[in-house]
Design a protein around this ligand. Structure first.
Ligand SMILES: Cc1cc2nc3c(=O)[nH]c(=O)nc-3n(C[C@H](O)[C@H](O)[C@H](O)COP(=O)(O)OP(=O)(O)OC[C@H]3O[C@@H](n4cnc5c(N)ncnc54)[C@H](O)[C@@H]3O)c2cc1C
Length: 295
């Protein structure tokens, strides 16, 4: 352990397990998927917000088919409408917003996860090290990332408005520093060591979530992390899940959308995994105009 994670507390240390896991650069994965989508005839537009759901029939009729979206260009303020046979709502922690317009109750419990970035030399680790926080026994990670080291993550109800960027709180900073210092006590990390932090909000799916009832529901970390696909009369929503399973989730969405599409999707053809591997850089970069530089 001292070889891969120097300074790890030896007292009461009985042993450790090493396991293999995948690492991805999430920003590059998104760029690659967008490039693939454009190549297949799709159009990716940034800063375009879905503000409403267009339905067939009269306004007062319920359960009529979804036939498109009302959109707003957040940069110019211009409003527009787009018609479609099927709409896919993959808006993460904001999934409830469109679903509530279709008469559904809230089903997303927004749980914030925050991370700290510290200089590599303050806590050099060869691999991701996972251990249990001494306070609540939640698993936390210390891992090398882009030449620095990340400590993460927290798992807390996000009561803030979803209109502003999520950010770390003082309590979370203390919680994460305590975690690292409990396992690497010689590091004695302090606030001054922190280079930066970032936070994200997990769309954790629960039955009829109500912020008022939250005290009576599970602790955040006890909530299941399974994804969910809903079909609201042609608006297919997906929430939850992991980056690691994104292709399978996309297939599930396509299967749910199939009944609304005129063309028969040959979904089984899409089951094959991508034909590129990490070792083949030319395929990864290819014609997608991604620079060789990661950042
Ligand atoms: C703290 C944290 C740690 C995580 N750790 C891991 C991990 O270790 N491994 C792993 O595999 N996964 C992890 N995940 C999960 C992973 O980040 C998600 O699975 C993934 O981001 C889901 O992608 P998505 O495109 O469905 O949703 P998101 O990435 O949430 O994207 C949703 C997008 O929809 C946009 N949007 C919202 N409302 C509207 C609207 N009305 N109109 C237009 N656009 C809208 C948002 O701006 C956003 O860009 C983690 C997530 C968090 C928050």
């Amino acid at each position: 352990n001292d070889f891969y994670a120097p300074g790890m507390k030896q007292r009461e240390l009985l042993g450790a397990t090493r396991f293999m896991d995948a690492v991805t650069d999430d920003a590059r994965l998104v760029m690659r998927v967008l490039a693939d989508g454009n190549e297949q005839g799709g159009i990716a537009l940034n800063y375009l917000k879905a503000t409403g759901v267009m339905r067939s029939g009269s306004e007062v009729e319920r359960n009529t088919k979804v036939i498109g979206l009302y959109l707003k260009d957040e940069l110019s303020g211009k409003e527009l409408q787009v018609q479609a046979n099927a709409v896919v709502n993959a808006s993460g922690a904001w999934t409830d917003e469109l679903r509530q317009m279709l008469g559904n109750k809230k089903s997303i419990r927004p749980l914030r996860g925050s991370h700290l970035v510290i200089p590599f030399w303050r806590l050099p680790v060869a691999f991701s090290v996972s251990f249990f926080h001494p306070k609540d026994k939640r698993p936390v990670f210390v891992f090398p990332w882009e030449g620095q080291v990340v400590i993460g993550t927290t798992d807390l109800d996000h009561h803030n408005t979803m209109l502003s960027e999520a950010s770390i709180t003082e309590n979370e900073v203390t919680y994460l520093l305590d975690a690292a210092n409990s396992q690497f006590d010689h590091a004695a990390l302090k606030r001054e060591d922190i280079i930066s932090s970032w936070s994200g909000v997990r769309p954790v799916v629960v039955d009829e979530y109500s912020a008022e009832d939250v005290a009576a529901t599970n602790k955040p970390s006890d909530e299941k992390r399974e994804h969910m696909v809903w079909d609201d009369a042609g608006c297919i929503s997906i929430a939850g899940g992991k980056l690691t399973t994104f292709r399978l989730l996309a297939l599930e969405v396509l299967r749910a959308a199939q009944p609304y599409l005129q063309n028969n999707l040959s979904i089984s053809d899409l089951d094959a995994p991508s034909d590129f591997s990490e070792s083949d850089e030319s395929v990864l970069i290819g014609d997608h105009k991604l620079s060789k530089q990661r950042r």
